[in-house]
Design a protein around this ligand. Structure first.
Ligand code: ZN
Length: 115
């Protein structure tokens, strides 16, 4: 991902990061890459967007797993139920880690804002 950022930086002047652009505290950092080919973001907000996306994906996966588990229960498929349970626990742990990282990144971004 860092390579991708470096590559896009060399080909286009993206101006300033658009985060907070509609508020009275816009992000002052230079944009280094376009998020999914669209909005120009600084490296900090780009990283935050990546982690946010992972968090959303994990949450959706947990919802789908939960729904599937509900369908499975009552069919006496113990091995499948156990494996779904294991997947759920793994996803929950990863989601918890991801959300922790997201809070840390968000705090860092807030600290930079005032300076
Ligand atoms: Zn930014």
């Amino acid at each position: 991902m860092t390579e991708q950022i470096a590559e896009e930086r060399s080909t286009e002047d993206l101006g300033t990061c658009i985060m907070g652009g509609s508020t009275d505290q816009p992000c002052p950092r230079p944009a280094v890459a376009r998020w999914r080919g669209g909005s120009p973001l600084c490296s900090e907000h780009y990283r935050e967007a990546e982690v946010q996306e992972e968090s959303d994906e994990l949450r959706l996966s947990l919802d789908l797993l939960g729904a599937f588990k509900y369908e499975v229960c009552g069919h006496s498929l113990q091995v499948l139920e156990e494996n779904l349970e294991r997947l759920q626990v793994g996803f929950q742990e990863r989601l918890s880690d991801t959300n922790g990282l997201l809070r840390m990144l968000s705090d860092q971004a807030d600290r930079h804002k005032g300076s």
